[in-house]
Design a protein around this ligand. Structure first.
Ligand code: CO
Length: 212
């Protein structure tokens, strides 16, 4: 059997099991989704949002990319953010990075990953540059990249607060609250490292007045 055929087979078994234990399961989920959380995580296959948080289908709206970045020209991310905030009215946005992140580690090297990946990883290099003194002082490279994972998550949460989508919602809905978490591949534990409650102060440089 081909590897992908196993996935389809597993899917059949999973669907049958769900219906077996709860005949109305899919009918209920098919009609509406009202997730309370937007998850912006790393694409890494070892960090599945639902599994590590014990949540079920319907509970978390998910966006994933390499190193869980919030880039203001990323139409994909912004569309997800807009829909989650303005239509689904999520109460919390969680940016979840992870220790041992390959994207974070790659950004710390001088390797030429070619055009597209270099472009993406440069955004992480910028986070490094903003925190160069602290990071350069950490001699162990693994510890240094783990700290960059934390600092990166903080920066991405701040970037969320810089968008008119979030600022608008803070003004009108007093939500969503923003969270920066880092997941540990080695112990499965999530470390909450940063939080911005709705209505928190925003650097005046990024604050928009006359929000429509
Ligand atoms: Co990663």
């Amino acid at each position: 059997m081909k590897s992908y055929q196993k996935l389809l087979l597993e899917n059949k078994a999973w669907a049958a099991e769900k219906i077996d234990s709860d005949p109305d399961y899919f009918n209920r989920l098919a009609n509406v989704q009202t997730p309370e959380f937007l998850w912006i995580g790393c694409s890494d296959s070892r960090v599945p949002a639902n599994e590590i948080t014990g949540t079920k289908p319907g509970e978390i709206f998910v966006h994933r990319n390499i190193a869980n970045m919030v880039i203001h020209t990323d139409v994909n991310l912004l569309s997800v953010l807009d829909y989650a905030v303005n239509h689904l009215k999520v109460k919390h946005i969680i940016v979840c990075g992870h220790y041992g992140c390959g994207g974070i580690k790659a950004s710390m090297t001088n390797t030429d990953y070619k055009a597209v990946l270099n472009m993406w990883l440069r955004n992480i290099k910028d986070v490094y540059r903003h925190n160069r003194e602290e990071l350069d002082a950490i001699e162990n490279l693994e510890e240094r990249s783990d700290r960059l994972s934390e600092l990166n998550v903080i920066e991405q949460v701040v970037r969320l607060s810089q968008t008119t989508i979030v600022q608008n919602a803070w003004e009108k809905e007093k939500a969503p609250h923003l969270h920066g978490w880092v997941y540990g591949l080695k112990d499965g534990m999530i470390n909450p490292v940063f939080e911005l409650a709705a209505g928190s102060d925003i650097d005046p440089l990024y604050r928009y007045d006359k929000i429509q």
